[in-house]
Every structure is written in structure tokens, then in C-alpha cells.
Design a protein around this ligand. Structure first.
Ligand SMILES: [Zn+2]
Length: 660
């Protein structure tokens, strides 16, 4: 089993109690406090220890006669090769991120080991069986929604939704204030993976790339370093005037110039300077004095909003209140948590960090004429995760064990005959009875579970089928590096791609000499036009990933000046192979069955979005949910508000789907 978290804890317990005797549990993570409310094998004194190890200990206490190997390692690492996957009768996946799930799918296909996949998101869940060898669909036969990301320029210069301001406060401002470094969007793919992130390397409205932008900001990062002899309150005031005043004023000048040059109509920005916010300094000073008197309070429970008497998480702060929370928050960090400043990472359950981010997001929203939100709403969106529900995890774990039992009961039938040829299961084989099951929020027909026979493979799947992938690019701008990062790694989940074309080779991964690495690094700068090829209109690339034993062909249309939503490329995905040179129009994806619309990819793939339903109407697969917090039973829970949101969310979703 892969993953010993929310689903994994339930799964390993149900496995041993169902009679499974040989279990290998893999999870690279350690236990965190925020896991304790739903991962019931873990206790407070386990915090910091390996999830796999503690889960194994817990079930061995229930059934000392079973054999459980715990393995704290990364399932996408090179040691987990095809032989490793082949050594198991079945792989059970309870992973929380799409990249690892896609990797496990490919490894199981290569090893011919059956896979039972699972995911949950709030009240929704799903378990599917992937037998490989053309007997059922693979995990990637149906496209999975990618995490929602935002272009850098929207976040930095042209926000028009609350979520843009929250991403800015959390991903741009917070690291500069407290991690003392400019986040490397172009290097750090985690930023985009968690859901609401910032798209890397996009061209912004000034024609600068994200990379250039990032470099330019590095020189201005010094404004976030405290000056010699500067008190915490002087520092906070200076940063405030810079970030919400001078920076916004500068954007206003640029925006006005763009408008005068014939740009789109726009609303004027309103820079905020402390001198124009009456009474804020006095308020902060008073609260700061009070805070000093309570200096023996634990630093972990520091809160700016409580000291300022604006603690109600469901109220929307005025601009003055938000300014005061921001200033006091900064002061408290510098005076009371000074040892953490410089190496702090955002945690939505960190009271003071959340105060600062909520205040900053609302101040920015006020400047840009965007509606402000309550701290509770900001926390839900900043946490960027659909609340996990232990009951859904337990239900899904039970379904995994049911499917695993069928596969084990089929014995040797799962692997084809000794010659390695796929065999059709016999008429009486339990393999004919495997199911994909959806756990649904809709109880109108009194059925929480919707099973369907495991679907056959999708012939246009590029992973298990023989599909040709398709990409459209502006050949003079789009580079091999863009292809590797934005398409092969980010969209196709490859780990170490190899690209071959006529007289062209790009490789990465282990086993390369230093001069080869240097040579391939130079290759990344080539535009697609510069990749050798005989036809001016297209390139055909052979793609492969050694570790995943994956290979695919990609047809790249070279279209001068190509743009799609401001991007210089569009990844069309897989389709049936066409005779070269005369590609047909992409096959329009068939409307998925109604039940598929419910399919949650995993909690981390789903973004907490505003309730305007816009994402859903645009036709993509994002589930729109109202903002709530993940850790409802945690120490910082807001039981009343949380409960209300939880009860409403599924109905709201159902209503939106019906409307859509
Ligand atoms: Zn497939």
C-alpha cells in the first residue's frame, strides 16, 4: 500500500482485520499535529515520526501474527523500480497528490501488477481497479483536472478576484517578509502544485517573462530587510507604506499609461498610506503596549486580531482594522517570534501568520477595488484544500479492500500466462467482477455508493494505449526547456524525460556524464524551430521516460505567432494516431457520463474557489466548493461557522451542477 495518511490509516487497519497477512506500507511523510483529527492510528506523542512506521506498529498491536513492512521512502524514487512493483500481488494507492498517483499507475502498468486506486475530497470519494494488459482502463485513461494556477502578472499587477489577493499575500508577500527570500517561481514547482499557485514563466503584459520578473524583484527585495536601529513598529510602518502605498501607486502609473495607449477600460487603483488612515497608529500602539504586559503568554498563541478586539473570524474588517492587524502582526513577529523570522513558512493554522495574510490580502483587495473577505473565508482559501472527512476515508478504504480481495482471489490469473501474454479472465474469475465505485454526496436515491463495472481502456490514452499526443506552439518563442517543464513534467507527469527527433536528442536523469549534462542544458534554450526537422510545419518527437517505462509520440504543430489564452503553446493531449503530415482536427472529448462529473481526483487537486461557479461553467472539471477549513476538529477550529459551511457545500455543488 502506498500512502499511510487519511485513507492509508483506515486501509491498513481494515486490511489486517480482513485477513491480509503480508503488507508493505510506503509513505515518505512524518506525522503532523494537523493529521491527528482524522488519522486515527496516530497520537500526539507520534508527531514527527514516520507515518508508515507508526501505522505498522498500531496494526501489529491489533494482529501480532501479520507481517507488516514499513517503508519511509518516496514512491517516485529510483529504488522503487519495476522489479519492486512486480514483487507485489496488488498495489493499493491512497496517495494525496496527482503526480505520484500517475507515476504509480505507470509503474504498475510496466510491472503488470494490478492497481487499486482511490481518492477522496470531502464527501466525495472513488475507488477504481486497473488490471493492466488492456483488461481495464488505466488511472490516466480519463483526463484528470490539473490544479488551478494563475499567471504571474495577474497576481503581481492585475488582480481582479479575492483569490488573486490571497495568493499574493501568501505566496509573494509572506515569504519576503518572513522567509527573507524571493520565492523562485521558476524553480519551485510546489508553488503551482498545491492548487492555487502561480503559473511559472508566463509572459506578462510588459513582455517580460516570469523569470526576468523574478530576477528584477530580487534587487528590490532589500526593502523587506530591517534597517539598522529600526524598531519593529517603524519597520512595520515602512513596509506598509511601500507595499500598499508606493508599489500600488507605481502600478497605477503603469496602468494609466497602458490605458492612454489604447488599453482596456479599468478602474483606478487606490494606494494606501498610513498617514491617510486615521487612528490606526494609535490603535496599534495601544494594543502593542497591552501585548507587552501579557508578555509571558506563549508565543504560539500570539494573535494580532485579539489584541485589537477584532477577533470575530466571520466579520469583514474595515480597511483601518486590516491595517492595524497587519502592523501589529508584523511588530509581534519581529519582537516576540524574532528567532523564526527569516525561515518561516506559511501555515494556515498559525494564528499570527494567518492574521498577517488575511489583513494583507484584504488591504490589497481594497486598493484594487476587489471585495474583501472575512478572516475565516481567507483562511479556507489560503489553506487551499477541501476539508477531509474521516468517514469518507473509511468508506473508501473498505471499498479498496473489497476490490483487493477479488484480485487476490483470482491468484495467478492477474498476471497472464507464463509467456507473458495477456489472458482473458475465465468466465468465473473474480476479475470479471471488479468495480469502479463512486462515493457520492447525493442521497436523493438513497444510494451513497454508485458502482459500475471497471471500464475498458481508452484507446486515445497516451499512457496505456497507442495515442499520439498533440501540441501547438509558437516555434520561435517556445523552447525545449518550456516543453520539458510546462508540458512533459507538469502536464504529463514525467520524471526524467528523453526527447528524440531527427538528429536531435535530449536526455536527463541519472547516469549522464558532466559534459552531457552541460550539453543538454544548452539544448533547453533551443526554440522548437531550432530543433532539426525537415518539415517547416511540424515536428514529431519520440518521448520516453526510462524510470516509468513510458514512451509516447508527440506531434508538434509549428504555428508562427501562436497564442492560446496568452500562452505560447496549447497541449491538446492524446488522440488516435493519424497518418503523418495531415493531422485531423482534434477529436472532441465525448461528454462524460453524469457520474464521472462527481469524480474527485484527490483533495489536493481541487481548489477552494469563490462561489460564483465560474470555473465550472467554463467547462473544465474543477469542483467548485465553498470555502471551509480542513481541520474542523483542530485546536483552532471554528465549530459553528465550519459546521454551517460543511452542511451547505454539497447541496450548493449539486445545485450548480444541475444549473450547468
Ligand atoms: Zn490508459
Amino acid at each position: 500500500m502506498v500512502g499511510a495518511g487519511g485513507i492509508g490509516c483506515e486501509l491498513i487497519k481494515t486490511l489486517v482485520l480482513s485477513g491480509f497477512r503480508h503488507i508493505h506500507a510506503v509513505d515518505m511523510d512524518t506525522i503532523e499535529t494537523s493529521n491527528l483529527n482524522r488519522q486515527f492510528l496516530f497520537r500526539r506523542h507520534h508527531v514527527g515520526r514516520s507515518k508508515a512506521a507508526v501505522a505498522a506498529e498500531a496494526v501489529l498491536a491489533m494482529r501480532p501474527d501479520v507481517s507488516v513492512v514499513s517503508d519511509q521512502s518516496d514512491i517516485t524514487g529510483p529504488h522503487a523500480d519495476v522489479d519492486f512493483f512486480r514483487s507485489f500481488s496488488v498495489v493499493l494507492s491512497g496517495l494525496d497528490n496527482l503526480r505520484a498517483r500517475r507515476h504509480v499507475n505507470r509503474m504498475c502498468l510496466a510491472a503488470k501488477t494490478p492497481l487499486v486506486e482511490s481518492g477522496t475530497a470531502g464527501y466525495l470519494g472513488q475507488v477504481s481497479v486497473h488490471l493492466g494488459e488492456g483488461r481495464t482502463e488505466c488511472f490516466e485513461c480519463q483526463p484528470k483536472p490539473l490544479p488551478k494556477t494563475f499567471p504571474v502578472c495577474t497576481i503581481r499587477s492585475t488582480p481582479d478576484k479575492p483569490i488573486h489577493c490571497i495568493v499574493w499575500a501568501k505566496e509573494v508577500l509572506f515569504p519576503r517578509l518572513f522567509a527573507r527570500q524571493v520565492p523562485g517561481y521558476e524553480e519551485d514547482d510546489d508553488v503551482a502544485e498545491g492548487g492555487a499557485g502561480i503559473e511559472t514563466g508566463d509572459v506578462d503584459e510588459h513582455g517580460e517573462t516570469g523569470r526576468a520578473h523574478g530576477k528584477a524583484s530580487k534587487s528590490s527585495a532589500s526593502i523587506y530587510a530591517p534597517l539598522v536601529d529600526e524598531t519593529p513598529s517603524q519597520y512595520a510602518a515602512r513596509v506598509f507604506d511601500q507595499v500598499f502605498g508606493a508599489d500600488v501607486a507605481r502600478l497605477e502609473v503603469l496602468a494609466r499609461a497602458a490605458w492612454e495607449a489604447g488599453g482596456a477600460p479599468r478602474r483606478a487603483l487606490a494606494p494606501l498610506f498610513l498617514d491617510s488612515l486615521a487612528g490606526v497608529r494609535d490603535q496599534v500602539k495601544k494594543a502593542g503596549t497591552r501585548q507587552t504586559r501579557n508578555a509571558d503568554e506563549r508565543s504560539g498563541s500570539l494573535s494580532a486580531r485579539r489584541e485589537l478586539d477584532v477577533a470575530d473570524a466571520h466579520a469583514v474588517w474595515s480597511v483601518e482594522q486590516a491595517a492595524a492587524v497587519f502592523l501589529l502582526g508584523l511588530e509581534l513577529f519581529l519582537s516576540r517570534r524574532a528567532e523564526e523570522v527569516g525561515q518561516l513558512s506559511f501555515d494556515k493554522d498559525d494564528e499570527l501568520a494567518m492574521d498577517v495574510v488575511a489583513a494583507a490580502a484584504n488591504l490589497r483587495a481594497a486598493s484594487f477595488g476587489i471585495p474583501q473577505l472575512s478572516r475565516f473565508e481567507v483562511q479556507g482559501m489560503a489553506g487551499n484544500i477541501v476539508h477531509a472527512i474521516a468517514t469518507t476515508n473509511a468508506t473508501v478504504a473498505g471499498l479498496i479492500v473489497l476490490e483487493a480481495t477479488k484480485i487476490i482471489a483470482a491468484g495467478g490469473e492477474t498476471r497472464g500466462n507464463p509467456a507473458g501474454q495477456p489472458t482473458k479472465p475465465s468466465a468465473s474469475s473474480p476479475l470479471n467482477a471488479t468495480h469502479t465505485t463512486f462515493v457520492r454526496a447525493d442521497v436523493s436515491n438513497n444510494k451513497l455508493l454508485t458502482p459500475m463495472a471497471s471500464p475498458p481502456p481508452n484507446p486515445t490514452c497516451a499512457v496505456c494505449g497507442k495515442a499520439m499526443l498533440e501540441l501547438r506552439v509558437d516555434p520561435d518563442v517556445f523552447t525545449v526547456g518550456d516543453l520539458v517543464e510546462k508540458v512533459l513534467k507538469s502536464q504529463l507527469a514525467m520524471l526524467s524525460p528523453t526527447i528524440e527527433a531527427e538528429d536531435f536528442l535530449y536526455e536527463e536523469g541519472e547516469g549522464l556524464e558532466a559534459d552531457e549534462v552541460a550539453f543538454y542544458k544548452l539544448c533547453l534554450r533551443k526554440t522548437l524551430r531550432e530543433v532539426p526537422g525537415t518539415n517547416a510545419a511540424y515536428r514529431v518527437l519520440e518521448l520516453s521516460d526510462q524510470q516509468q517505462q513510458l514512451s509516447a509520440r508527440m506531434y508538434v504543430h509549428l504555428e508562427e505567432g501562436f497564442r492560446s489564452e496568452d500562452k505560447t503553446y496549447e497541449f491538446v493531449g492524446g488522440k488516435l494516431e493519424q497518418p503523418l503530415g495531415k493531422p485531423e482536427e482534434p477529436v472532441e472529448r465525448e461528454k462524460e457520463e453524469e457520474v464521472r462529473g462527481q469524480e474527485p481526483a484527490s483533495s489536493s487537486d481541487i481548489v477552494v474557489e469563490e462561489e460564483d461557479g465560474e470555473e465550472h461553467d467554463s467547462g473544465d472539471d474543477l469542483v467548485v466548493v465553498s470555502s471551509t477549513m480542513e481541520d474542523l476538529a483542530g485546536p483552532n477550529a471554528e465549530p459553528m461557522g465550519g459546521k454551517r459551511e460543511l452542511d451547505e457545500a454539497p447541496d450548493e455543488n449539486e445545485r450548480k451542477r444541475a444549473r450547468a
